[in-house]
Structures are given as structure tokens and as C-alpha cells.
Ligand binder design. Structure first.
Ligand code: HEM
Ligand SMILES: N/C(=N/c1cccc(CO[C@@H]2CCNC2)c1)c1cccs1
Length: 363
């Protein structure tokens, strides 16, 4: 099937569902379908109205099989930055996104849509997340910072960026328009909200000098709506505590903090069966949730998130829509069997609109 014919089919499927969900008259839909058909026949593309862009981005979140946070899909705020035509104006839009989404700690889910892929080539944001810590391998092979960031940190250094070499250096924003060389922008420090980690009952925890950033904002996925591909469409939510406490700070190939936490709580690490790893995990996750709450920064524990997801499932059923999901991602990494998700099956069907991985623009 030709590219144009395929895009027209995808456009028609999206517009039919979108206009039906928005309760629009069939007359309005027919006019729109004819206009889109002409546009695609003329140029191979069509341009979403702002309303279609907003609802399409929300539908894509609703269809994200690996996301436990979908209860809030209808609240996503969307900024239309499709007019941005140079790296500077994109950087300004991105800084504005960070500021509005952070909202002093009361995090608001936002998506900023830049111009979709077209003949002038793609726009790519090279960062995986807009706010993330650098990772360095020293001469003697020891790790500083986030090991998951080592490759991207090297790329930033090759582009002229110099980090301070601390465990928590915020990486710069890297934007590439089409075939232009990538443009690098340090993120203004006053835009970055971070939470120092303390423990509710163990005052010695702060000696670990751990912290994490408040705003998780994914910037390397592609938003596809009705055959139109938004290759730069950063979106943020708030964290689920386990992401920080059970993975980012706990994984041996990340900050690998469990042995240090065990030491602080004087756990018996001589044998696995003392479950010292599990006890350290719980203490670390309690510290993350306690610290974010203390700092007035939005976060959700995995039990509450699972309950919200259950309400999402019920509401989708009532709306006559099937809930698709990827079980292995939806269950939380600690105490998964304490959630209803563990006992359910989900079909990992691909439903459009949706968010997709795209090849790394550097390597
Ligand atoms: C509002 C609070 C939100 C929470 C607590 C939340 C929670 C999560 C968690 C825990 C994951 C798994 C991440 C991992 O295991 O590394 C995830 C995945 C995902 N979420 Fe959400 N989410 C939220 C909002 C959003 C929003 C606003 C969007 C998009 C508009 C979104 C789209 C996705 C996608 C596409 C994935 C899969 C990512 C991948 O395949 O790597 N989520 N979410
Ligand atoms: N809480 C979140 N968590 C994530 C959501 C999507 C992706 C990720 C990071 O995924 C990486 C790839 C696989 N695990 C780490 C984390 C959100 C980020 C942006 C909106 S909500």
C-alpha cells in the first residue's frame, strides 16, 4: 500500500474515533475528512488542529501499555510548539515546559509538540529525559554519577560540554534539526527542582548525601497520531517512588546504593537469607516517598498507583474500550503480588495513537 494511501487510512481511523469521542457532529467530521484527503493527495501530509493534537496525545497516553499512570490520561496539558523553526526557540519552549510542569512541586503532566516529521527532516531531542544526571568512568574504571548516562555524557563532552564531575551533574539539552549539527543548551539551574533524601526515622540516612530530581520528562519517544509522526514531543508526569528507590538508586548497574543503606541500618549482609537486600530496598523506598512528601513534590507510591490503575480499568470498561497493557512493566518492582495487577492478564496489543521508541540519533 502506498505511503499516501496508508497515511490516509490512519488519518481516517484517527479522525473518526477522535471526533466521536469529542462528541462532534458527523457533518463536521465529513468536512474534515474531505479536507484531510485533499491535503494528503496534494502534499502527502495534513496538519492536525490543536484540538486533534491535544486529544491525540491524550489517546496515546491512554494506549501506552507499559504505563501504570494512565488514570489521569484526560488531564494531559499540551503545548503547541509546531511553529518553532530553530534550536533556540525550541530550547525556550522546553525550558518553559519544565517550569510549568514543575509548578513549584505540584507537578502537572504536560506534552510539548514540535513540528512533525516532514520533507525538511526530523527534529530530534538527543536526551532520553530532559533532566538527568551525567555518568563518568574514571581512569581507574570507577563510576561517578549515573552509569545509564555514560554514553550520552560522552556525546555531550564531544560537543564541548564540561561537567563538574560530581555524582549529580545535570546534563545539557541537545537538540538536532534535520541534518544540522546538534545544538547544546545547559539547562538553567533555577529550573531544576531536586529533592534531598532523608529517612523518616533514621537521621543518619542523610550522610549518604542522596538526592533525585523532581520531574521525569521523557524526550526521546515518537508520538504517532493518525499517520503523523511527532519525533520531538517531550512529555512529563510525576514519579512513582519505586522508579527512584527500587531501580535508579538500587540497581547494581545504576547508583547501587543497597549495600550502603544496609550498612546504615546495620543489617546482616553475610547471608542472602537475612533478606538484607529486601530490607534495604524498603528503607530506601520509604526515604524516597518521605522526602518527596516533605518537599511538597508530587510522587505516588506503587500501592496507590495500582489502585488508580484499577479505577482506570473500570472507567475504560464503562467507556466500552478494552484496556491493553504489558504485565511485566505494569507490576511494580517491589511487592508486585500485593497489587491486583499481578493477578490479571493484559493483552499487549498495539493501539494507535501511541508513543514509540525511535533509533538513538547518536552512537
Ligand atoms: C502522571 C504520572 C505518571 C506516572 C506515575 C507514570 C508511571 C509510569 C511508570 C512507572 C512507567 C514505567 C517506567 C519504567 O519502568 O521505567 C511508565 C511508563 C510509560 N508511561 Fe507513564 N506515568 C505517568 C504519566 C505519563 C504520561 C503523562 C505519559 C505520556 C503522555 C506517559 C507515558 C508512558 C509511556 C509511553 C511509558 C512506556 C515507556 C517505555 O516504553 O520506555 N506516562 N509510566
Ligand atoms: N514517571 C515516569 N516514568 C517513566 C515513564 C516512561 C519511561 C520512563 C523511563 O523508561 C526507561 C526505559 C525503561 N526503563 C527506564 C520512566 C514518567 C516519565 C514521563 C512521564 S511519566
Amino acid at each position: 500500500m502506498s505511503d499516501q494511501h496508508e497515511r490516509l487510512e490512519q488519518a481516517e481511523e484517527f479522525l473518526n474515533q477522535c471526533y466521536s469521542e469529542l462528541g462532534k457532529e458527523s457533518e463536521e467530521l465529513l468536512v474534515r475528512l474531505n479536507q484531510v484527503k485533499d491535503d494528503i493527495q496534494q502534499s502527502g501530509f495534513y496538519t492536525h488542529t490543536y484540538e486533534e493534537l491535544v486529544h491525540g496525545a491524550r489517546m496515546a497516553w491512554r494506549n501506552s501499555n507499559r504505563c501504570i499512570g494512565r488514570f489521569f490520561w484526560e488531564t494531559l496539558k499540551v503545548v503547541d510548539a509546531r511553529e518553532c523553526s530553530d534550536e533556540e526557540s525550541m530550547a525556550i519552549a522546553i525550558f518553559d515546559h519544565i517550569k510549568k510542569a514543575t509548578n513549584g512541586g505540584n507537578i502537572v503532566p504536560y506534552l510539548t509538540a514540535f513540528h512533525p516529521a516532514h520533507e525538511k527532516g526530523n527534529i530530534r531531542i538527543w536526551n532520553h529525559q530532559l533532566i538527568r544526571y551525567a555518568g563518568y568512568v574514571t581512569e581507574d574504571g570507577t563510576m561517578i554519577g549515573d552509569p545509564a548516562s555514560v554514553d550520552f555524557t560522552k556525546v555531550c563532552q564531544e560537543l564541548g560540554w564540561e561537567g563538574k564531575g560530581s555524582s549529580f551533574d545535570i546534563l545539557p539539552l541537545v537538540i538536532q534539526l534535520g541534518e544540522n549539527p546538534p545544538a547544546l543548551f545547559p539547562i538553567p539551574e533555577d529550573l531544576i527542582l531536586e529533592v534531598p533524601l532523608t529517612h523518616p526515622t533514621n537521621p543518619s540516612f542523610e550522610a549518604l548525601e542522596l538526592k533525585w530530581y523532581a520531574l521525569p520528562i521523557i524526550s526521546d519517544m515518537k508520538l504517532v497520531i493518525g499517520g503523523i509522526e511527532y519525533t520531538a514531543a517531550p512529555f512529563n508526569g510525576w514519579y512513582m517512588g519505586t522508579e527512584i528507590g527500587a531501580r535508579n538508586l538500587a540497581d547494581t548497574e545504576r547508583y547501587n546504593m543497597l549495600p550502603r543503606v544496609a550498612e546504615l541500618f546495620q543489617l546482616d549482609t553475610s547471608r542472602e537469607y537475612t533478606l538484607w537486600r529486601d530490607e534495604a530496598l524498603i528503607e530506601l523506598n520509604k526515604a524516597v516517598l518521605f522526602s518527596f512528601k516533605q518537599a511538597g513534590v508530587s510522587i505516588v507510591d506503587h500501592h496507590t498507583a495500582a489502585k488508580q490503575f484499577e479505577r482506570f480499568e473500570k472507567r475504560e470498561q464503562d467507556a466500552g474500550r478494552n484496556v491493553t497493557g504489558k504485565w511485566s512493566w505494569l507490576i511494580p518492582p517491589i511487592s508486585p503480588a500485593t497489587t491486583h495487577i499481578f493477578r490479571k492478564g493484559y493483552k499487549d496489543d498495539r493501539v494507535y495513537p501511541n508513543y514509540f521508541y525511535q533509533p538513538a540519533p547518536y552512537k
